[in-house]
Ligand binder design. Sequence first.
Ligand SMILES: [Zn+2]
Length: 274
Amino acid sequence: MSRGRRGTIFVVLVALLVYSIYRIELHFAAQPIPAVVTKAADAHRAVSTSLDASLDRLLHDRGPAQTSGDAKLVALTFDDGPYAVRTPILLDELADLHVRATFFLIGHDAEHFPLLTERIARDGHEIANHTLTHPARFETLDAVAVASELSAGAAALERYVSDPAIRTMMRPPHGRYSEATVRAAQRAGYHVILWNDDPGDWRSVTPATLAAHVEANASAPDIILLHSGRMTTIDMLPEVVARFRRAGFTFVTVGELMRRLPVSVIDHPAKMSV
Ligand SMILES: [Zn+2]
């Protein structure tokens, strides 16, 4: 074989190798996050981006082949607040729609609006922990800081309302977490509640865009990440709720979802059109 030809083969092989690695990395990057990391789960296996954890998930995590009627549950979750103007409008809308949701409240905001905090509970919604101060870079906090944000956040909420979820369910601010912060939350007694769908209602989008995203990405069961302070979110609710109900879904809180279905089903939903 000529030297030129060997060189060409070598270049082709290297290109193939680089392409394969690129594809494998793309695959890992596309892996869905777990919607729920329970307090008993192996945090490394659940959320680490290391090669061994990624491989483990790739080889062993398979969604259920089908979803039974029982799995057609959807949990709307609202982060942040409460807020003076938008939260009451959101609560009115949810009451009109007869939907009970899960509110991840910020301890400091609850202290600013105790009556609103009480109303959320009185309206039948679930209240869970979104930390005391909503730190900007939550994923960089050490275990002591995570535990203190959660316990102080819980204490603030419990001045006005009582809900077991305040001490058992948390969502990291900005949805930012690391293996270490997940582990710290677990040690503090918390399930880390993430989501199946983040339609991005914190960006400037229209209600129609938001509703289209939620519908296109609907899964069964479904935990949908929304925010408490956005009019677009409130405006899209009637249409989204109607579409889910027409498709046979029942609206539940996250706590109810976890009582009714195994976490493996929540974390690996089969895609379902609505
Ligand atoms: Zn938040």
